[in-house]
Write a protein that binds this ligand. Structure first.
Ligand code: PMP
Length: 359
């Protein structure tokens, strides 16, 4: 495809396609790791009322520093965090782009371990940062010794590691994060978009923030919090790191409507997170079901499972679409990723997968 010649776009962008999973209407969406449960009526009412109240002053710019939202997020995260150690933006995608804008850039290097979240190289591209990937092991864990060796060689300004990792579901032990922090000369981002889904005993890198000023822990309201449409991602770090992000953010980047929505959602955190335990149990059931049918399954601490391997994964994906179920064709060749849905959605998926793989 590519853009027409007359469009004076940057050369390296000309042949590229915009990133994104297929969006298909009237299908069971198990492809973008959303929480399948919409907010309860009472929560919807409070969000609507909060947005109505914000609408009365939409002639004014919003709070540029989003202090109330950052205060509420600090309260939600705990760990002694305060608003000056929290940053928020339109999804953790924007947060991490800002991290690359502030800490990456021309002549600088960002590093991650593949397979991992496919937006990371795009943040690097868009901030003109050199992009380097190490490889995860066969079980998708990160080997600390190999990671430290690669970091020593590449001297990255930014290390990006998702835990639990997308698309594999793999969580990082804290000693791996600490080894990376000790070896890395720059900032280390642990992307905990799926943290609320982690299994009992799996730690969070929030525990390492004190004493590690170059550690940044990113979170989002898009997954467990059931607020993907609200676009609110955030990050916890040292206050001086947050000050660096404030330099590159656009003024008023979080709209008054976004801030009102997030604040109302945070007031109802317990209700919005109420189904997380059900989803974790359904994730474990899903992994067990797939294993029992002879599939390879990656250990998951997230709300999705990577499974395989298929000689023709596209045919399996298409067979599922034909039966009304959309999952994600992503990850290493031969693997597919499925998000955890409602019990009804899972049973449709199970039936459809049995039909497709029986052929
Ligand atoms: N990090 C990871 C690992 C993700 O999987 C996603 C969403 N797919 C994001 C970050 C971005 O989420 P959002 O921008 O909605 O916060």
């Amino acid at each position: 495809m590519g853009l027409p010649d007359w469009v004076p776009v940057r050369d390296e962008l000309r042949e590229l396609e915009p990133y994104g999973a297929p969006q298909i209407r009237d299908i069971i969406n198990l492809n973008v790791n959303e929480n399948p449960y919409p907010p309860a009526t009472s929560v919807v009412a409070d969000i609507a009322e909060s947005v109505r109240a914000a609408a009365a002053s939409l002639n004014r710019y919003p709070d540029r520093e989003a202090v109330d939202v950052r205060t509420a997020l600090a309260g939600y995260l705990g760990h002694g965090l305060t608003p000056e150690r929290i940053w928020a933006a339109n999804g953790s995608n924007e947060v991490m782009l800002q991290v690359l804008q502030a800490f990456g850039g021309p002549g600088r290097t960002a590093l991650s371990f593949a397979p991992t979240y496919s937006m990371y190289p795009e943040y690097a591209r868009d901030s003109h940062t050199r992009w380097v990937t190490g490889q995860r092991e066969d079980d998708f864990t990160v080997d600390p010794d190999r990671a430290v060796a690669l970091i020593g060689q590449e001297q990255p300004d930014v290390v990006l590691m998702a835990s639990p990792n997308n698309p594999t579901g793999t969580a990082l032990p804290l000693d791996t994060v600490e080894a990376v922090l000790d070896a890395a000369p720059g900032v280390v981002v642990v992307d905990e978009a799926y943290a609320e889904f982690r299994r009992a005993g799996t730690p969070t890198s929030l525990e390492l923030l004190d004493g590690h000023p170059r550690l940044l822990v990113s979170r989002t309201m898009s997954k467990a919090f059931a607020l993907a449409g609200g676009r609110l991602g955030y990050l916890a770090a040292d206050a001086a790191i947050i000050d660096a992000l404030r330099i590159v953010r656009l003024p008023y980047h979080l709209s008054a409507v976004s801030q009102a929505t997030a604040l109302a959602a945070l007031r109802h955190a317990d209700e919005l997170l109420a189904r997380v335990d059900d989803l974790r149990a359904a994730r474990d059931d899903l992994a067990a079901w797939l294993t029992a049918r002879g599939h390879e399954v990656a250990e998951s601490d997230a709300n999705f499972v990577l499974f395989g391997r298929f000689d023709d994964r596209h045919a399996v994906w298409q067979g599922l679409v034909d039966r009304g179920v959309l999952i994600r064709e992503t990850g290493p060749e031969g693997w597919l990723r499925v998000s955890v849905g409602t019990p009804a959605e899972m049973s449709t998926f199970y039936t459809a997968l049995e039909e497709v793989t029986a052929r």
